[in-house]
Design a protein around this ligand. Structure first.
Ligand SMILES: [Zn+2]
Length: 309
């Protein structure tokens, strides 16, 4: 069977084999020469994925989950950074109050968003995580999937490091368009395939089905959303606004943009990582982080988040 690109349907594809260094396994990626989309050659079915995420991905001991404080602190700092991104984009809470976080994990973002004025809730396929969030932060995180949500129920949908795990990006965009009210906002953060400071050893994961650049993420959303703010300095973060009418066609990246993706992909190695990125600084950053985390004790998860934002 011929492999067709998920985004543009082209069969003009080249394949590379990459390594997931955590799992020590190799897997093939297909890169579309027509639109620049980078995707796994073997995409699992939705049924396989939903089984995986509710059971295997995050270890689900007896439906309880206790993250370490250092993980809560990291998640809390990332959440605070994302709330500040929304503030920088001048998202007015009066108009955009009802927020739904998809793949809410342990609930850190939902908790801090509520504290900062949003009427925030979340969905998370994993039972242990949603139970933890409810118990520790008293926030509303449903154990459910995207297509369980009610139409026109949210002003903002957020998805942080979730979209790259989803098998059918175009269907997901349609689902979110339905969930949002008119003029609603979608805030997505994913790893950035064009990022210089990602270690080559920390780049490819079996669980990541797609590897987006700003060009292919904007294209994936283009039938349903307009990009209003792009930050690709590190991870890729884009704030989108819901289109009033669904567009009939996908706006694909230009030839130049496609070339950029393909070339960066071919060339990327240790040189880029060490010199253009912050690779040389990384060992020091890790030591600093360790020193800060060492001080964490005798606080509850909630007290810890309250020190952040
Ligand atoms: Zn394509």
């Amino acid at each position: 069977m011929t492999f067709l690109c998920t985004l543009c349907n082209s069969d003009n594809i080249f394949t590379v084999e990459v390594v997931d260094h955590k799992q020590n396994s190799k897997f093939p990626l297909s890169i579309c020469k027509q639109c620049g989309l980078v995707q796994q050659t073997n995409i699992p079915t939705n049924e396989e994925l939903s089984l995986y995420y509710s059971h295997n991905y995050r270890v689900d001991y007896k439906k309880t989950y206790t993250p370490k404080l250092k993980h809560i602190k990291r998640a809390g700092l990332a959440a605070w950074d994302r709330i500040n991104f929304l503030k920088e984009c001048q998202v007015d809470i009066k108009d955009y109050c009802k927020l739904i976080d998809i793949g809410a994990g342990g609930g850190e973002f939902v908790y801090l968003a509520r504290k900062n004025g949003f009427d925030a809730s979340g969905i998370e396929p994993n039972n242990g995580y949603s139970a933890f969030a409810k118990q520790e932060y008293n926030v509303d995180i449903m154990t459910s999937m995207l297509d369980d949500l009610t139409e026109s129920s949210a002003d903002i949908v957020t998805m942080f490091h979730v979209f790259e795990h989803m098998a059918n990006p175009l269907t997901v965009m349609k689902n979110i368009w339905d969930v949002l009210k008119d003029d609603g906002l979608l805030f997505i953060e994913v790893p950035n395939i064009l990022q210089d400071d990602a270690s080559p050893h920390n780049r490819f994961f079996k669980a990541h089905l797609y590897y987006y650049s700003k060009h292919t993420l904007i294209a994936s959303a283009s039938e349903y959303f307009d990009a209003i703010k792009v930050d690709d300095n590190g991870n890729l973060r884009i704030l989108f606004r819901k289109k009033a009418l669904i567009s009939e066609t996908i706006t694909l990246p230009s030839h130049h943009q496609v070339e950029l993706i393909i070339n960066s992909f071919k060339d990327k190695g240790w040189f880029n990582y060490l010199f253009k990125g912050k690779g040389l600084l990384k060992p020091f950053i890790k030591i600093k982080r360790f020193a800060n985390e060492f001080k964490l004790n005798n606080v509850t998860p909630k007290e810890l988040l309250d020190t952040i934002g």
